[in-house]
Design a protein. Structure first.
Length: 245
């Protein structure tokens, strides 16, 4: 693993974190209602739109960071990574982060918000196609391909809602917000279900196979079967490998 590259990934991820943090703060702020008479000072009419924002930003943020670390750190030695791929990925993720800031700023206008969501999913699909061909490492390749399919299907559903039912968004914004929320919730559930291993990879303990000989105090060499684990210290465990002839 290239340590300078790891540092670059971490620094770019931190900058991406800032943009996502701004978007989250703005979304929460625009859902508050200082004039509310209920116990919670929130606009209940805007809560479904906040839900739309949250069910989308969580997998997008999680997937972007996992992609960066899986491609450029965990899989760096085996990935066919082109020059400039890391910067290209970050620029795209930064733009997507700006989309989330835009979404947070227009909470309260469900029609425009839905168009922005559709544009974001379409942009991510275009990136996914390019990343699959050019940039992605082996670990993230499968997840990226699934993202493209899921996002394009979701865009088709949203366009179906936006074009024929435009009047419904103005007449019943709360009801349409719930419908869009349900569509995106299904999208996120399918996303995590199909790419669970990518989002939450299992930690695997790695042992270095070595050829060892254990000397019997009474004389001679003890022949240990291949695969036997020998603890040298509290922090080092070696696995007996088959001796070469």
């Amino acid at each position: 693993m290239n340590n300078p590259q790891k540092t670059s990934v971490q620094q770019l991820s931190e900058l991406y974190n800032v943009v996502i943090g701004v978007a989250l703060s703005l979304a929460m702020y625009n859902t508050l209602d200082a004039q509310a008479t209920s116990l919670l000072p929130v606009s209940f009419e805007h809560l479904p739109q906040l839900g739309i924002f949250l069910v989308l930003i969580i997998p997008f943020y999680h997937g972007a960071v996992r992609h960066l670390f899986a491609t450029y750190i965990e899989d760096a030695s085996t990935s066919n990574i082109k020059n400039g791929a890391l910067l290209a990925d970050f620029v795209l993720f930064f733009i997507e982060g700006c989309f989330f800031v835009m979404m947070a700023g227009i909470i309260g206008n469900i029609y425009t918000l839905t168009w922005v969501v559709a544009a974001l999913l379409l942009l991510d699909s275009v990136w996914g196609i390019i990343a699959t061909i050019v940039f992605s490492g082996k670990k993230s390749l499968s997840a990226v391909t699934k993202w493209v399919i899921i996002n394009l299907c979701c865009v088709a559903v949203l366009i179906f809602l936006l074009l024929p039912y435009k009047e419904n968004f103005a007449a019943n914004p709360f009801g349409m917000s719930l419908i869009v929320l349900m569509v995106l919730l299904i999208r996120t559930v399918v996303d995590y279900t199909t790419s669970w291993g990518f989002y939450f990879p299992k930690s695997k303990a790695e042992h270095t196979p070595v050829i060892v000989e254990v000397i019997n105090p009474d004389g001679g060499v003890i022949d240990l079967p291949e695969g036997t684990k020998i603890t040298i210290s509290k922090t080092e465990t070696f696995v007996v490998a088959k001796k070469s002839e």
